[in-house]
Design a protein around this ligand. Sequence first.
Ligand code: URA
Ligand code: SF4
Length: 233
Amino acid sequence: MSTRRKEILEELGLTPLWHSRIAQGATDSATDSSHQADTADARRAQILRMDWTQLKAGVADCTACPLHQARTRTVFGVGDENADWLWVGEGPGAEEDASGEPFVGQAGKLLDNMLAAISLQRGRNVYIANIVKCRPPGNRNPEPAEAQQCAPYLARQIELIQPKLIIALGKVAAQNLLHTDATVASLRGKLHDCSGVPLIVTYHPAYLLRTLADKAKAWEDLCFARSTMQTLL
Ligand code: URA
Ligand code: SF4
């Protein structure tokens, strides 16, 4: 396909070009790394122009990383699309993969309690999303390359929602959103910046279910989040 034709199709939003280009990249014996970087940039730029409808359709059809192979359903995210609060987890588990909604399993029940602890409710001024939209097999952590492929979708969700505060739930969310290898223990208790949006790190509810000793710290984090939001409003 000529470059001009690609540009026109891309501008019109008519084709998920990254599918064909990535497939082509693979058969090009993966030698042209600058071509692959261009491809990733073009795909990201295309996603960052999408409206909600296009973004939802893009995720539903996405095959950009290997996680698409074992998924039952994609898990886009749920809630108030104009929310002040955005809570970000890691990726769907078995129950989320089956239902298509984030945090509906055991960890989700604890997340609902964490929200309730600071007078919040799912869907009411709250949006919930994940770093990856497809379930990592066996609930393993997403690979960095998988998280990277999925990142433009969350970046666009953040742009469209324009939340006042992001809560990163656990290590995978915190490390990917802040581009760091630091631990949750070292990141919590501080106000961070995620591309211009204030961000607070706390423990993942699934971790808290296993590590009751850190529940008190999570409660401190929730109080910090609530008081931070008051200063932001
Ligand atoms: N854990 C997550 O990180 N996200 C979900 O949606 C469910 C469990
Ligand atoms: Fe696409 Fe994200 Fe699913 Fe990978 S995890 S296939 S990038 S939607």
